[in-house]
Design a protein around this ligand. Structure first.
Ligand SMILES: [Zn+2]
Length: 309
């Protein structure tokens, strides 16, 4: 495991409230480099600006990610994709002002074809759970986060590494607190709250789509919405909406740092900030486990956490 202990102050605007959350620690577990910038990145930047220590654990190196930006589809980049994705992650880390660690697993890739091909030998999705949770349990016990986030049981989207990231996070959340398990990995630590990301929800996409049309703009979501079957019960799982619209610009800069993965002319940037900020100024989460008194709905991942140690 490579350590990146640097912690940057970032370039975020000051919080108008001026409230300091120093002493609070937040850990996001993500499957690939770029996921930390596409899921929950604006709330990450906001919490960093408030003084929260934010740590991202990245399960894989993203070495099987396809190049999704046509301008980066070049042989020299393809030949060095692992190193380039590490450098992209370093830039995103500095922009967000986070610490970040690689858990050291190998990207499983997106299985294409019908039937789908078998997963590549040795990839993250094939590592037995008991083995796969070891580096994360160690990191949780070192960093001692008060709050952890990961993906829902579907992975947010059905990439095998995202589903595995969910399984590993939930199992490590439990195991890190259990003194009977992995005593060699450090003192047990009980993370107080566990969340799933829910920012790619259908009501949000619908609201932004409609606002784009009202403004006479072309919506980037028309096709997706046509195929996306409504699931009101799934959407009702959202418990927590974090207002973080002032940080959408930082989120976009972090995304752009992942130049091989993010097309600057693509759908990520097709919606003007004014529309996003007006129509859907939050990032959305589901509180799954809480060891503190934190009634929902809530608007803060740290709600109910007083006097952190
Ligand atoms: Zn991913």
């Amino acid at each position: 495991m490579t350590q990146h202990p640097t912690h940057h102050a970032g370039h975020q605007p000051e919080q108008p409230s001026g409230r300091s959350r120093a002493g609070l620690r937040l850990m996001h577990v993500h499957a690939h480099p770029d996921d930390e910038s596409s899921k929950g990145a604006a709330s990450t930047a906001m919490y960093v600006a408030q003084g929260v220590d934010v740590h991202v654990a990245t399960c894989t190196g993203g070495e099987r990610g396809s190049i999704l930006n046509p301008k980066m589809e070049r042989p020299d980049i393809l030949a060095n994709i692992s190193e380039i994705r590490r450098q992209e992650m370093e830039r995103a880390r500095d922009i967000l002002g986070i610490r970040q660690d690689w858990l050291g697993f190998v990207d499983s890739g997106w299985p294409e074809g019908d039937p789908k091909p078998p997963l590549p030998e040795g990839c993250f999705a094939l590592v037995p759970l008991e083995e796969a949770i070891v580096p994360l349990v160690r990191l949780i016990r070192q960093f001692r986060p008060h709050v952890m986030t990961t993906y829902d049981e579907r992975g947010g989207y059905p990439h095998p590494d995202h589903v595995k990231c969910h399984e590993v996070s939930v199992a490590a959340f439990e195991a890190a607190a259990d003194p009977e398990r992995f005593p060699e990995l450090g003192e047990p630590w009980q993370v107080l709250k566990l969340y799933y990301h829910h920012s790619f929800n259908r009501p949000r996409m619908t609201a932004i789509h409609e606002a784009m049309l009202e403004h006479g703009l072309e919506s980037p979501y028309a096709e997706r919405l046509k195929e996306w079957v409504p699931e009101p019960e799934w959407d009702a799982r959202i418990t927590t909406r974090v207002p973080c619209a002032d940080y959408f610009g930082v989120r976009d800069q972090a995304l752009l740092a992942h130049a091989t993965q993010i097309d600057p002319d693509g759908f990520w940037f097709a919606v003007p900030h004014e529309i996003q900020q007006k129509v859907w100024p939050t990032e959305d989460f589901e509180l799954v486990v809480s060891h503190v008194d934190s009634p929902t709905p809530e608007d803060d991942l740290f709600a109910g956490i007083t006097d952190p140690t």
